[in-house]
Design a binder for this molecule. Structure first.
Ligand SMILES: Cc1cc2nc3c(=O)[nH]c(=O)nc-3n(C[C@H](O)[C@H](O)[C@H](O)COP(=O)(O)OP(=O)(O)OC[C@H]3O[C@@H](n4cnc5c(N)ncnc54)[C@H](O)[C@@H]3O)c2cc1C
Length: 285
C-alpha cells in the first residue's frame, strides 16, 4: 500500500534554541572537579577498555595510565573507538554529580523517568513548607498576548496564595501541595554514570525534546565540557553518533542536523535499484 506523503514544512534551520532565554535554572557539577577528571577519569575508562585486550593486570594498566606512561591521545583514541562501538559498560565506571536548581516540576517529572545508571534526590513538597514558592514562566506566554499572560500569572499566584491559606488553616503540607501548578520550581541532586549521561543527553539535546529539559542538558554539557572537553564531546543529540535522525516527527527534516532515516534508506534503495539495473554491485561507500 502506498504511504501517505509527509506534509512538508519550511526548513527552519535548527529549531528555536531555548538557550536564548534566561530561564532562572542552574546546573552545577558538584563532583568531580577538573583535577580529579584529568588525573583519574580518563585513566579509569582507559583501564576498563584496555583490560579487555591486554595480558596485563588492570592494576598495572591503571598505574601506567595515571603515571603518564600512556599518551593521553592514545587513551582517548581507544576510548572513542570503544564508545563508538557501543561497548557501554566501560563508561559506567565514572560518575558525575550535579546540583540542579530552579527547574520546573514539568521538567523534573520528565527527568526522573530515566532509570538506568542514574540516581536522584529531590526537594520534598511534603517536608518543605514553601513560604514563597517560585514558578517558571514559559517564553511563549511571557512574550505572547499580554491579557493571557496576566491571566496565567493570576492563576499561578492564586494557586500559591491558596496553598499558603491551606497551611495556615492547618492543612498538612502534603495535602496543601495538591494545588501547586506544574510551573512550580524544584531542586534536585542527580548522579549519573557517563553511559547514562550520554544516553539522556542524546534524547534531551534532540530538538524534539521539550525546551526546558533541552536547556538543562545544554547547561549540563557545558559543565562537563568545563572539566573535560574530551568527555563533554560525547554529549550530543542522538542523531550525531547515529548519523541519521530516527524521530518520527522529523520525517520532513525541518530539523536539519542529520538526514531522516527514511530518506537515508530511500537514497540507498535508489542506489541499489540503479546498480541492479546496470547489473553491477552496490558501491561499498
Ligand atoms: C522527546 C521525548 C518525548 C517523550 N514523550 C513521552 C510521553 O509522551 N509519554 C511518556 O510517558 N513518556 C515520554 N517520554 C519518556 C520516554 O518514553 C522514556 O520514559 C524516557 O525518555 C526515559 O528513557 P529510557 O526509557 O531510555 O530510560 P533510561 O532509564 O534512561 O534507560 C536507558 C536504557 O536502558 C535500557 N533500559 C532501562 N530500563 C530498562 C528495562 N526495564 N528493561 C529493558 N531495558 C531497560 C533501555 O535500553 C533504555 O533506553 C518522552 C521522552 C522524550 C525524549
Amino acid at each position: 500500500m502506498a504511504q501517505a506523503p509527509v506534509p512538508q514544512r519550511a526548513k527552519t534551520a535548527i529549531p528555536r534554541n531555548p538557550g536564548r532565554h534566561e530561564l532562572g535554572m542552574k546546573a552545577t557539577l558538584l563532583f568531580p572537579n577538573k583535577e580529579i577528571v584529568e588525573q583519574f577519569y580518563v585513566p579509569l575508562v582507559y583501564t576498563a577498555c584496555r583490560t579487555c585486550y591486554s595480558e596485563l593486570e588492570p592494576q598495572e594498566i591503571f598505574r601506567r595510565a595515571v603515571e603518564g606512561e600512556v599518551a593521553p591521545a592514545s587513551m582517548q583514541r581507544l576510548i572513542s573507538n570503544v564508545i563508538e562501538s557501543g561497548h557501554g559498560s566501560t563508561i559506567e565506571h565514572i560518575v558525575f554529580t550535579f546540583a540542579l536548581s530552579g527547574v520546573s516540576r514539568t521538567l523534573s517529572h520528565q527527568l526522573v523517568r530515566h532509570r538506568a545508571g542514574v540516581a536522584f534526590d529531590q526537594q520534598s513538597q511534603r517536608y518543605v513548607k514553601f513560604k514563597g514558592a517560585a514558578t517558571m514562566l514559559p517564553a511563549t506566554i511571557a512574550e505572547g498576548d499580554p491579557e493571557l499572560r496576566d491571566r496565567y500569572q493570576h492563576q499561578v499566584d492564586g494557586a500559591l496564595g491558596l496553598y499558603g491559606e491551606l497551611l495556615e488553616a492547618g492543612v498538612p503540607g502534603e495535602d496543601a501541595r495538591f494545588v501547586f501548578p506544574n510551573a512550580t520550581r524544584t531542586n534536585l541532586v542527580m548522579t549519573t554514570n557517563l553511559r547514562a549521561l550520554i544516553h539522556m543527553s542524546g534524547l534531551r539535546l534532540c530538538t524534539m525534546a521539550q525546551w526546558e529539559i533541552r536547556r538543562l542538558f545544554q547547561l549540563i554539557r557545558h559543565e562537563v565540557f568545563s572539566v573535560s572537553p574530551f568527555l563533554g564531546s560525547f554529549l550530543a543529540p542522538k542523531c550525531v553518533p547515529l548519523g541519521y535522525c530516527d524521530e518520527f516527527n522529523n520525517r520532513d527534516e525541518h530539523c536539519p542536523i542529520r538526514p531522516h532515516k527514511d530518506n537515508v534508506l530511500a537514497a540507498w534503495a535508489q542506489q541499489r535499484d540503479a546498480a541492479k539495473a546496470a547489473r553491477r554491485d552496490l558501491p561499498v561507500r
